[in-house]
Design a protein around this ligand. Structure first.
Ligand code: ADP
Length: 482
């Protein structure tokens, strides 16, 4: 209350001061208000800034959360992948281990197999060595002489028989190892062999090498081929001295026997002829018949003896040739005309095809050539059944005269074709059809033709017929061999 009294006193005293204070206060208040407003504005701005920051933060948070979820997805995918990988890795490791174990087993097998193979190889090598030794022993002790030339045609091996055959020492033969066939001449004894074989190795089949009366060799050479081609050439040399001696003795015997038989048989022939011609008095029909048959048999015997003599002459190299320049056509034509009787008996026709223009002359041995032509015509008559046809022709091809005898006969069996010109060979169908025959005619014919420098051959069809053709070189183009 006291204060109130004081206040009444002061009121009256300090009203202006109060008013001033009031004004100051108001001003201060206003300043404060301004400051407040400023502070509010500041607060508002801060508020806004905070809101903006919160928004930004929220956005960042949202982004972070999105990134987090993406990461989580990735992490879980990777985790799964890793888990799968781990699982697969396990499997793979297992598989690889199994594989490896397999491979180890396999290589163990291979090792065992290799060892076995090595053992087999060793075995094979040993056997090959044994075989080689055996082969060498065979070659060394072989009765024939052997010369082996390697694939470059150089002498690689010669057995001891070679030394004996060619009069050479072991050293001589050794000095020839590695030489070509021509080089064998370095040792004199081998000269005849080199001449026979010719300068180079070639296929030779049973060529005869006359070294002396006491030594005749047969030389053959053939290519030796292995699985991968030519290995070399083997020349075999066989001693045929004994065979040659026996052959010569046989030929001599046949020659002597045939000569000895010729005289009595000729005597029989002429005696029979005289009886048949009635020179020794009349004979009955029955006697004529018998004597006629005997005469024909005797004729066959004479032919056989002549054939044998011709063969022995060929074999002894005594088939002398008297060569003259003649017209072969005339000889063939004349011969073809001498078979009318035989042809009539078998009802065969024989035609001689005359050449269109005159043929050149040839240098031949007329008698021998007659033998060839008559043999071919007689065979055609013999081996052609009744009613058949025979045709004889002669042509010139500029270098040779070509004589052919064609028939419509039984033909030659395919599997016997190769043997037709060999001595004493008669076809099985020929033996059935014509019991008479020596199998010497074609052998003689071939020798005669070849001695004239020609050749002989045939084409035949079983059951249809045969054509024999031989050639004679024209006088100007080839000189006959004598
Ligand atoms: P040969 O006539 O005495 O038997 P060759 O030496 O003349 O002797 O003939 C040999 C073989 O050739 C005959 O046996 C025969 O088999 C065959 N031959 C020859 N010519 C003919 C031919 N024209 N037709 C069929 N075969 C033939």
């Amino acid at each position: 209350m006291i204060q109130n009294n004081n206040d009444k006193n002061s009121d009256s005293q300090s009203a202006p001061a109060a008013r001033a204070a009031k004004e100051i206060f108001a001003a201060e208040l206003e300043g404060l208000n301004d400051k407040l407003a400023e502070r509010d504005a500041e607060l508002l701005r801060l508020q806004e800034e905070r809101d903006a920051e919160i928004r930004e933060l929220n956005e960042v948070k949202a982004q972070l959360e999105e990134a987090k979820s993406i990461l989580e997805i990735r992490v879980s995918a990777k985790t799964k992948e890793l888990r799968d990988l781990t699982a697969n890795l396990g499997k793979e490791v297992e598989e690889r281990t199994r594989e490896l174990r397999g491979k180890i087993e396999e290589s163990e097998h291979s090792r065992v197999a290799l060892m076995n193979m090595l053992e087999d190889m060793e075995d094979l090598r040993r056997r090959a060595e044994e075989e080689k030794e055996k082969t060498l022993a065979i070659i060394t002790n072989f009765a024939d002489g052997l010369l082996f030339f390697d694939s470059s045609d150089c002498l690689a091996l010669a057995n001891p028989q070679i030394e004996a055959y060619f009069g050479a020492s072991k050293e001589d033969v050794l000095s020839l190892i590695g030489k070509k066939i021509g080089g064998l001449e370095n040792v004199a004894g081998f000269k005849p062999l080199v001449e026979l074989v010719g300068g180079s190795l070639q296929k030779i089949s049973r060529k005869e090498l006359f070294l002396s009366d006491k030594l005749v060799l047969e030389v053959s050479s053939l290519e030796v081929a292995g699985r991968h081609g030519k290995i070399g050439t083997l020349v075999t040399i066989h001693d045929i001295t004994r065979e040659k001696t026996v052959e010569r003795m046989k030929t001599e015997f046949v020659s002597i026997a045939a000569h000895q038989l010729r005289t009595p048989i000729s005597a029989i022939k002429w005696t029979l002829r005289m009886i048949l011609d009635g020179d020794l008095g009349p004979i009955t029909e029955e006697q004529r018949d018998f004597l006629d048959k005997t005469y024909k048999s005797n004729e066959r015997m004479i032919n056989l003896i002549n054939d044998l003599l011709n063969v022995t002459r060929i074999e002894e190299g005594r088939h002398l040739y008297n060569l003259i320049l003649v017209n072969l056509e005339d000889i063939v034509y004349a011969l073809a005309g001498t078979y009318s009787e035989l042809l009539k008996q078998k009802n065969l026709s024989l035609e001689f095809k005359k050449p269109e223009k005159p043929l050149p002359q040839v240098k031949i041995d007329v008698e021998k050539m007659r033998l060839v032509v008559s043999n071919l015509i007689e065979n055609a008559i013999k081996y052609t059944p009744v009613g058949g046809t025979i045709s004889v022709s002669i042509v010139s091809d500029g270098a040779n005269m070509r004589v052919s005898v064609r028939d419509t006969g039984m033909g030659i069996l395919k599997d016997q074709e190769e043997r037709i010109f060999t001595k004493y060979f008669r076809g099985s169908n020929a033996i059935r059809m014509e019991t008479e025959g020596t199998g010497l005619g074609l052998f003689i014919a071939k020798n005669i033709v070849e001695t004239h420098g020609g050749s002989i051959g045939f084409v035949s069809q079983e059951g249809k017929g045969t054509t024999f053709t031989f050639t004679v070189p024209l006088a100007s183009s080839a000189a006959p061999k004598t």
